[in-house]
Design a protein around this ligand. Structure first.
Ligand code: GLC
Length: 550
């Protein structure tokens, strides 16, 4: 028997950019509530809300200063309760983001901890003495650039941060810290949330000893990810959290697991694991070598994309996995997975087909269902994202010119997916009546929800068609069915079969901008049910065509 979240389509909302009801220029919770009918129409069963807690917003809410409150810029707890209630009326669950690796340096726990080494919170964060020469304890570079160590004059010690210096890491070795975090999660369960996405979870356990690593940049530093991700012992903490928080609730959990590979998945998910699903990043990380350094991208092949997606499915055969191509940390998928110059509307339809028919729970990121694209700002000052600024500084430091550095930023910046949601062709794409916190993508005149709802060939209409098809009881094969990749060696098509109790569905998509002949001996006797190009010629695929056969 499948659980509700194995059948549901999840939609990720980035509240700051979704819908502004006050004219402040930033989105709010009431804005999300006002769009529930849109999401219900689309066929959404759960909304993953990125953080709406009180936060100084150094990392757009991933720096939390109170785990059980609602940030003023997003509204009030009453607004949140109303969102849960209104969503519930439409059979939509609200899923919260748990950011437990670190909090904000403005959180009262850190404010106390920094004062001295003998106060009630002194051991709640990771404090170390300087090296004898006064320098930082190790040469590790934080994910956003700069050292992972920041000196605290008041206490006379360094504290550790995987991300920005305003995001000190919590000390999970301390049972009081873990208790406080579990209590916060339980607070939201009492409110009736439908699950959790657990942020940056592979970093919570630190190695017993801190020592320098072999530099991977010109400046003698090494990416902290390579030193701490997935440290042995981490699963003990997570099993405890499962017992203390998740167990016994009809919710789903999905961990953000940078650093866990497909072959390690069985320890993390399913019956013996700790989460219901894990975001595993091998497919979105294809443009990188070991660490995510934007100015050193690598070329990848379609067979690599296919084999990462297939490997995840094989590794979770007896459990479950999510499917995603976008989130608030990734560029827009049409730019990420297709060469520039390809038709972005057709490309979006190709990805939608995979997202909604491959095995796993689909996660749609806001605007993905419209085929929203990257922006290409030339000026680094227009960007807001802290990691974009860090990557830009890193590239300059590596000897790239500002012009070269900005090219990589344009491709990978997280702001690509954070531009305001494109609702209509009015000012600011209908996102705000004020001054938008981040510029709206100029293509909103063509790419917007209102126009696409009226156009039966739009990306949005294609999403609706696929979702409706998937959710039909008679098409359970798309959720419960097995997955088997076919024509795995092809660098042009991605194809697979889904099968359940003798019923079979075949999906084939053309990743090229050329017409492709299909092998007759396989396809000739199959019936085309859905095609993104209105093409019913079973021997040939049109450029970037997505097709489903029975
Ligand atoms: C996760 C979030 C990202 C954030 C980081 C630090 O990767 O998805 O947006 O910057 O954690 O919390």
């Amino acid at each position: 028997m499948l659980k509700w979240w194995q059948k549901a389509i999840v939609y990720q909302v980035y509240p700051k950019s979704f819908c502004d009801t006050t004219g402040s220029g930033t989105g709010d919770i009431k804005g999300i509530t006002s769009k529930l009918d849109y999401l219900h129409d689309l066929g959404i069963g759960a909304i993953w809300l990125t953080p709406v807690y009180p936060s100084p917003m150094v990392d757009n809410g991933y720096d939390i200063s109170d785990y059980t409150g609602i940030g003023d810029m997003f509204g009030t707890m009453k607004d949140f309760d109303e969102l849960i209630a209104e969503a519930g009326k439409r059979d939509i669950k609200i899923v919260m983001d748990l950011v437990f690796n670190h909090c904000s340096d403005q959180h009262k726990w850190f404010q106390e901890s920094r004062k001295s080494s003998d106060n009630s919170k002194s051991d709640w964060f990771i404090w170390r003495d300087a090296k004898p020469d006064g320098s930082a304890p190790t040469n590790w570079r934080s994910i956003f650039g700069g050292s992972v160590w920041t000196w605290c004059e008041e206490r006379g010690q360094y504290y550790f941060h995987t991300f920005a210096s305003e995001q000190p890491d919590l000390n999970w070795e301390n049972p009081d810290v873990r208790r406080a975090l579990y209590d916060a999660a339980n607070f939201w369960l009492k409110k009736g949330v439908g699950g959790f996405r657990i942020d940056a979870i592979t970093y919570i356990k630190k190695p017993a000893e801190f020592h320098d690593g072999k530099p991977d940049g010109q400046d003698g530093t090494i990416n902290v990810h390579l030193m701490i991700a997935n440290t042995p012992g981490i699963l003990d903490f997570l099993h405890e959290m499962k017992r203390e928080v998740f167990d016994g609730h009809d919710i789903f959990t999905v961990g953000e697991a940078n650093g866990v590979s497909a072959d390690e998945l069985p320890q993390w998910v399913g019956k013996d694991g700790v989460f219901d699903m894990l975001f595993e990043f091998s497919h979105v990380d294809l443009p990188f070598n070991d660490a995510e350094i934007w100015c050193y991208p690598r070329k990848w092949k379609l067979t690599e994309l296919k084999s990462t997606l297939t490997a995840t499915r094989e590794a979770t055969k007896n459990s479950w996995c999510p499917v995603f191509f976008e989130n608030h940390d990734q560029p827009r998928s049409v730019n990420h997975f297709f060469p520039s110059g390809y038709d972005t509307k057709k490309s979006a339809k190709v990805l939608a087909m995979i997202l909604l028919t491959i095995r796993g729970t689909p996660f749609i990121y806001q605007g993905e269902e419209l085929g929203m694209t990257n922006v290409s700002w030339e000026d680094i000052n227009i960007y807001d994202d802290i990691s974009t600024k860090g990557q830009y500084a890193f590239a300059l430091n590596e000897g790239f010119s500002p012009k070269e550095a900005i090219k990589h930023i344009q491709f990978f910046s997280r702001d690509n997916s954070r531009t305001p949601m494109q609702w209509n062709a009015e000012a600011n794409a209908g996102f705000t009546s004020g001054k938008s916190w981040l510029p709206v993508n100029e293509n909103y005149i063509d790419i917007n929800a209102e126009a696409e709802a009226k156009d039966e060939n739009s990306v949005l209409s294609w999403y609706k068609k696929l979702i409706e098809f998937r959710l039909k009881k008679s098409h359970e094969v798309l959720t419960a069915g097995s997955y088997r990749e076919i024509f795995a060696d092809s660098e042009e098509i991605f194809a697979y079969e889904r099968e359940l109790d003798g019923e079979k569905i075949i999906v084939v998509v053309n990743f090229t901008d050329k017409n492709l002949k299909l092998p007759d001996e396989y396809f000739a006797d199959k019936r085309i049910i859905l095609t993104s190009e209105n093409n019913f010629d079973s021997s040939e695929l049109q450029p970037l065509e997505a097709r489903l056969y029975e």
